[in-house]
Design a protein around this ligand. Structure first.
Ligand SMILES: NC(=O)c1ccc[n+]([C@@H]2O[C@H](COP(=O)([O-])OP(=O)(O)OC[C@H]3O[C@@H](n4cnc5c(N)ncnc54)[C@H](O)[C@@H]3O)[C@@H](O)[C@H]2O)c1
Length: 177
């Protein structure tokens, strides 16, 4: 059964792990996938795998911490596939379980930029497209058990994932039906 026929999906962090699995599965379910990642070689392999298996995927090398890259990623979906139905904010990084006492500014800023500010900026770009579509759209944020409890990561990771759940709840309350 192809449950995503005719849908366009953007997946961040699609070159490995959970993001790769999502991109491959969405393509198997009929979605046209814009697979995005900061790692060009691994991304290329995923895009090739999808297309060789009969799916449709375009790769966009993008850092979710960079607004220009986000605009390019969302713009590619609209330009190439004329719609944006699903955004999966999946890209995320760990913080080596650093405590508040151990985490320096650079680590804190990097983790928040990728895990929280990136999804905010990508969601903002996606919402500006989805709001204009009669069919709307779906935004999926990949948080963590570290977004619910105080452990399962260090200070920056846990804070970023708590923030991501807050953003998710706010968007659901604002845009959900
Ligand atoms: N694996 C787990 O057990 C687990 C548990 C809870 C939550 N998560 C969350 O799921 C998501 C995916 O985890 P994973 O284990 O598959 O990770 P992973 O490290 O296997 O893959 C992450 C992908 O994101 C990419 N990436 C990293 N920084 C990026 C950036 N700035 N811009 C764009 N892409 C970037 C990497 O290149 C990589 O391809 C993360 O948000 C993570 O916090 C994972």
């Amino acid at each position: 059964m192809e449950r995503l026929n005719g849908k366009t999906a953007v997946v961040t962090g699609a070159a490995a792990g959970i993001g790769k699995a999502i991109a491959v599965l969405f393509a198997e379910e009929g979605a046209r996938v814009v697979a995005s990642d900061i790692n060009p070689d691994a991304l290329d392999r995923v895009v090739r795998e999808i297309n060789e298996n009969g799916g449709t995927a375009i790769g966009v090398v993008a850092n979710v911490a960079d607004q220009k890259d986000i605009d390019d990623m969302i713009g590619t979906a609209v330009r190439e596939f004329a719609s944006l139905d699903i955004l999966v904010n999946n890209a995320g990084i760990l913080d080596n379980f650093k405590t508040v006492g151990e985490a320096d500014d650079a680590l804190w800023d990097r983790v928040i930029a990728v895990n929280l500010t990136g999804p905010f900026k990508a969601s903002r770009a996606a919402a500006s497209v989805m709001e204009k579509q009669e069919k709307g759209g779906v935004i999926i944020n990949n948080a963590s058990i570290g977004g619910l409890f105080g452990v399962r990561g260090g200070a920056a990771y846990v804070t970023s994932k708590h923030g991501l759940l807050g953003l998710t709840k706010n968007m659901a309350a604002t845009y959900g039906m």
